[in-house]
Design a protein around this ligand. Structure first.
Ligand SMILES: [Zn+2]
Ligand SMILES: [Zn+2]
Length: 301
């Protein structure tokens, strides 16, 4: 839609500076929060009570500044507009106002390389799941801090992993988890335009790079992990009673951190072999992470 010369369906009705400027008063964010908590249309007086402002004139002024963009005025009262809901969501996620600050915690997630229990280490902006025994860094994403606010300590690794899985699945739909822009997914070899520098000389032959064309958000995953959001791979696991949406990846018996095997470079072909119960499946992926072939055999054990 962006490049076909047709008129865009979007209209910029405000600059970011003006939109965020409207929120720069504690009463105004209080109004958004109260409308969110109220879950429905609120009268002027009920809303003023909820926010706790005595002066109706002052309250009316601040409410008026929000009406149009962040709040909708209806015959029966006020409700949160879609833009207001997004602002409240960003705050509730902790992504704007919180930082992480905690001592590392032990998890019961086994290291895929050596089997030792991995540790969750908190950075101000993210959480690393890593192995204290063999120093494998399993994942280290920047996450909105609120992600772990609502979970028990022993679920931290799980929720970080599901957050990553959600983003890889979202990329499979072609949508960025950060800005909803178009995502490009590419399996890369060292030296490719999108390949990260560290891939040159790394033990991995290949990796998957995700890149948003709009916000520039970019991250990577080994092919076996990225493959988990492909319908063919989900189907194989489903056939063996495993729901990949709720199963932590480190509990998959076949998963090793080998990144898949490059069987052809032009065109690129990468195979990943997975054994579940009495069946072994070999999936071959192309540069787009599409499955070009799938073979299932009885396992040899
Ligand atoms: Zn380890
Ligand atoms: Zn984006």
């Amino acid at each position: 839609m962006a490049d076909d010369g047709a008129e865009k369906p979007t209209v910029e009705t405000s600059t970011p500076e003006a939109a965020f400027g409207l929120l720069s008063h504690e009463i105004r964010f209080g109004i958004l929060r109260a409308l969110h908590d109220a879950d429905g249309v609120q009268s002027f007086s009920a809303l003023r009570d909820a926010v706790g402002v005595d002066d109706p004139g002052q309250f009316n002024y601040h409410l008026g500044e929000l009406v149009g963009r962040f709040v909708r005025s209806t015959e029966s009262g006020y409700r949160l507009a879609a833009a207001g809901q997004r602002v409240v969501g960003a705050v509730l996620s902790g992504g704007v106002t919180m930082e992480l600050d905690a001592e590392p915690v032990a998890t019961d997630a086994p290291c895929p390389a050596c089997g030792a229990a991995m540790t969750a280490r908190f950075r101000s902006e993210g959480i690393a799941i890593e192995c204290p025994a063999c120093e494998l860094q399993y994942t280290d994403p920047d996450v909105p801090p609120g992600l772990v606010d609502a979970v028990a300590t022993d679920e931290v690794a799980d929720v970080v992993e599901r957050w990553g899985q959600r983003n890889r699945a979202s990329a499979g739909y072609g949508l960025c988890h950060n800005c909803d822009g178009p995502i490009t997914t590419e399996v890369v070899l060292p030296g490719d335009a999108r390949a990260p520098d560290w891939l040159d000389g790394d033990d991995l032959e290949t990796t998957v790079v995700y890149e948003c064309d709009r916000c520039g958000e970019s991250w990577h995953a080994i092919v076996p992990l990225a493959a988990l959001s492909h319908p063919a791979v989900m189907g194989f696991h489903h056939d063996h009673g495993i729901d990949l949406r709720t199963t932590p990846t480190w509990n998959l018996p076949w998963l090793a951190v080998d990144g898949g095997t490059v069987t052809d470079r032009d065109p690129l072909r990468v195979t990943v072999t997975m054994t579940l119960d009495d069946e072994t499946a070999t999936f071959t992926f192309d540069r787009d992470l599409s499955v070009v072939s799938e073979q299932r055999d009885p396992s040899e054990t």
